[in-house]
Design a protein around this ligand. Structure first.
Ligand code: FAD
Length: 406
């Protein structure tokens, strides 16, 4: 299991970051979560990037965890990543979502970047320097239609360049690099896409849109005009279509769902504390809100089971391209996102009803307002309606399982 040396974050110097590994990744994740939790309310109120949490994530080497050992990382699995996102989600939704998005980009690099010297060097840099990668898929008026791009990469003898109307790039201003999709060439079809990655020195970001939102305020998902230049190797050789099916979709949906489950679990924590207090105050008599607490617990159980089943399903197919691209797996991993996002909202709503006015208030120990505002982003983050309509045919063509564990 992945480890790092035991030492309080505040006492750590950059050199300590590269100390021999001795502390498990789960423990390091928990330490980062503590820091994220302490700052979560202020991050939400002020709508600012959770810098303290991300600094701690870098110190504890969470950002390079997935990088293979041969490139200086610790080869963390999708299970490790999901657990990390869940733990962080319990503490600060924005931190969890930032880490989930970063880990999705790193997963693409790890799986599809081997054999490309530039991309392998980037992997080494992520492990060593703990670079934070942002994601740019949303473009212009195209919304969440990730399988269609307007901007094209321009490949010349001098290298590659790209100008993109990136309407949403979470933590774009704070990231050390950005991974983006684009058309393969100016005469390519909108669905003939490539994946490219640029580090900060390769691009400029001109702000175009702010991020004054209901929730997830700390992701700072502002709009930019992205202008990037680099070498041809910064474009992945594999068509985006395959990267999308094999890595981007499964890892995004598993890590996002885990972050949302973490938010849901945090709201259940508060509902439990509220019901316990109310029951104690009433001499052991359960308050009327207890039934909503049970609903919250039940939907959290479903949500966690759904994620766990899909983690197993992905791990079982991770190195089998045909199985990953199958209609069964693709429709199932897309339905995971739809179901997980709805269950997460349902859980937080039930927690809110269990707490009543104490949950609705923005102050006090039992407030779940922030959790509700944050989790309401889940069904929109690649809109569930769009996903359902995209997978309608695959869903219809895929088999209905004969046995419980098929
Ligand atoms: C917290 C957060 C962080 C984000 N971070 C990033 C980021 O870092 N990088 C990035 O690129 N993007 C990011 N996004 C954007 C995200 O990837 C999606 O592009 C965005 O959420 C889609 O928003 P939308 O619902 O308005 O768009 P659309 O998908 O265009 O949907 C618009 C409307 O059309 C409806 N609709 C769309 N398609 C269909 C259909 N086929 N059938 C029926 N109805 C349909 C929807 O129901 C919706 O009402 C982020 C979003 C959130 C919430």
């Amino acid at each position: 299991m992945a480890m790092i040396s035991e030492q309080p974050v505040r006492d750590m110097r950059p050199a300590d970051v590269f100390a021999p590994a001795v502390v498990p990744l789960t423990e390091r994740g928990a330490k980062v979560a503590e820091i994220a939790a302490a700052d979560a309310e202020a991050v939400d109120r002020e709508g600012r990037f959770p810098k303290a949490a991300l600094d701690a994530a870098k110190l504890h080497r969470l950002l390079g965890a997935q990088i293979p050992v041969e490139f200086g990382g610790e080869g963390a699995s999708i299970e490790d990543v999901a657990e990390m996102c869940y733990t962080l989600g319990r503490a600060c939704s924005s931190t969890a979502m930032i880490v989930a998005m970063h880990q999705t980009k790193v997963a693409c690099l790890v799986r599809h970047g081997r054999g490309n010297e530039w991309l392998e060097t980037l992997m080494r840099r992520i492990a060593r320097e703990q670079l934070l990668l942002a994601s740019s898929t949303t473009e212009g008026n195209n919304g969440g239609n990730i399988r269609s791009s307007a901007a094209a990469v321009d490949v010349t003898a001098d290298g590659v360049s790209l100008v993109r109307d990136a309407t949403v790039i979470s933590y774009g201003a704070e990231a050390d690099g950005v991974m983006t999709i684009a058309r393969r060439a100016s005469d390519a079809a909108s669905s003939d896409q490539v994946l490219a990655v640029f580090t900060k020195e390769d691009y400029t970001l001109k702000p175009t849109l702010g991020w004054e939102t209901l929730g997830m305020r700390g992701t700072r998902s502002t709009g930019f005009e992205l202008r990037a230049k680099g070498v041809v190797d910064q474009v992945f050789a594999e068509p985006y279509e395959r990267i999308h099916a094999q890595t981007m979709t499964p890892v995004a949906h598993l890590s996002w769902s885990s972050a949302w489950a973490g938010i849901a679990a945090a709201s259940v924590d508060r509902a439990q504390a509220f019901i316990r207090k109310a029951a104690r105050g009433a001499g052991g008599q359960m308050p009327p809100g207890a039934k909503h607490y049970n609903s919250a617990k039940a939907s959290l159980i479903k949500l966690r089971a759904l994620i766990a089943a899909h983690l197993d399903a992905y791990a079982a197919r991770e190195y089998d391209e045909r199985a990953l691209s199958s209609l069964d797996f693709q429709s199932s991993i897309n339905l995971l996102k739809v179901e997980a996002s709805e269950l997460a909202v349902e859980t937080v709503m039930s927690a809110m009803r269990a707490c009543g006015l104490s949950g609705y208030r923005n102050d006090g120990d039992f407030t779940v307002g922030r959790h509700l505002r944050d989790v309401l982003s889940a069904p929109l983050m690649i809109n569930n309606d769009r996903i359902l309509s995209n997978i309608a045919t695959a869903s219809l063509m895929s088999t209905v399982p004969l046995g419980l564990r098929d």
